[in-house]
Design a protein around this ligand. Structure first.
Ligand code: ATP
Ligand code: MG
Length: 355
């Protein structure tokens, strides 16, 4: 399985970490309809126990209509916090967030209820949390339709359609306890889709499943995305999910850091190859996070030296300064000890790099 941090450029075998121009899934920046999910400088601070925890620290994320995206990150990186905000269950402390045209910071109570019933569908990690245990699979879907006041006549057909789409067509009469974990999660996806949401959000939907069941559930998300055009966002700590989606966004310490885009390319012999490219995320004010392994490999600390060439920027570690005697000699020759008169700017002298 490919991890977001170890993705390589298959054509060269080298790590491919080209900075992108932002968090849009389309690096070409072609004009398109407004994104379905848009977060800007999103902050969520919890201070319930007297200690402040900054779960989200200025997170930027853009998901276009119809995308199937995974957000991957370590435990505590802020994934669930992000998802509960996007589903309308929680409100951010600061920043901007919109989903399918709804401003999540400005929504009133009534709009929020409608938003959660009709605009977003949600799947939790715990299979038991998604379904009512005393109702069958079909009745669980029916309940979601009843709550949203869907017309009674159309309910039966809708339930059959959803069970078939999720490949559990013959399990409608079973209680959750009579289904495997993977089957329960597929029924949960059907319940979440009952009212035709524009967006499907899933928090660790495969966290309790073995590999085979995880694959089936992830295939279901792909089927839903392809057949219904639903925008799907899955958060997980399992970087293997990136093999099932076109785009994986890595979240680190409450901010998006890198993203992997998968695409199919045809080589000169006409053979198709799946290509995974990893990009660093560059936010609006020019911040990016260097991968931890790059930082340790080059022993970078505190500040780095930035350099601008015709078509790229270099980031170099700052080495120990030379001895005073050597420095005197360099000054006498008119050369700056840090690399000459045209030496690249250091982060310390670059306001953008320090912000
Ligand atoms: N209600 C809360 N009150 C206080 N702190 C919270 C609350 N919810 C989350 N946090 C803290 O915010 C940070 C991010 O938590 P979050 O649950 O979003 O992480 P996560 O990436 O989903 O982790 P995991 O993979 O373990 O589910 C953590 O430090 C967590 O302890
Ligand atoms: Mg979580």
């Amino acid at each position: 399985m490919t991890s977001a941090n170890s993705s390589t450029n298959p054509s060269t075998g080298a790590p491919s970490r080209t900075p992108s121009s932002g968090l849009s899934s389309d690096p070409t920046g072609a004009a398109k309809s407004p994104p379905t999910i848009e977060c800007r400088e999103l902050v969520r601070i919890f201070s319930s126990t007297g200690v402040e925890v900054q779960a989200l620290q200025g997170l930027d994320l853009t998901v276009e209509r119809g995308e199937l995206t995974a957000v991957v990150g370590a435990s505590g990186s802020g994934k669930s916090t992000l998802l509960t905000i996007l589903s309308g269950l929680d409100v951010p402390t600061a920043g901007r967030a919109s989903v399918a045209g709804h401003d999540l910071l400005a929504m009133g109570r009534r709009e929020r209820t409608g938003f959660r019933r009709h605009t977003v569908g949600f799947i939790w990690q715990q299979t038991s949390r998604n379904l009512l245990p005393y109702l069958t699979a079909a009745e669980n879907i029916a309940m979601a339709l009843i709550v949203a006041r869907s017309p009674k006549r159309a309910r039966g057909a809708r339930i059959g359609e959803l069970l078939d789409l999720l490949n559990v067509g013959d399990l409608g009469d079973r209680l959750p306890a009579e289904l495997s974990g993977g089957q329960q999660q597929r029924v949960a996806v059907a319940v979440a889709l009952a009212n035709g949401p524009e967006v499907l959000l899933a928090d660790e939907p495969t966290g309790e499943l073995d590999e085979a069941n995880s694959e089936m559930v992830l295939d279901s998300f792909r089927a839903v995305n392809e057949q219904l055009g639903t925008t799907v966002l899955i958060v997980t700590h399992d970087s293997g999910v990136s093999e099932h989606v076109r785009r994986t966004v890595q979240i680190r310490d409450g901010r998006t850091s890198t993203e992997v885009l998968r695409s199919t390319r045809t080589d000169h012999a006409g053979l198709e190859h799946e290509v995974a490219e990893e990009f660093a995320v560059l936010d609006r004010v020019g911040r990016l996070q260097l991968p931890q392994d790059y930082i340790s490999q080059l022993d970078m600390r505190d500040r780095v030296r930035l350099g601008l060439t015709d078509d790229h920027v270099t980031v170099a570690p700052v080495r120990e300064r030379s001895s005073p005697a050597a420095q005197d000699a360099l000054e006498a020759s008119g050369t700056d000890a840090d690399g000459g008169p045209d030496a690249p700017r250091t982060a310390a002298s670059t306001s953008e790099g320090d912000r």
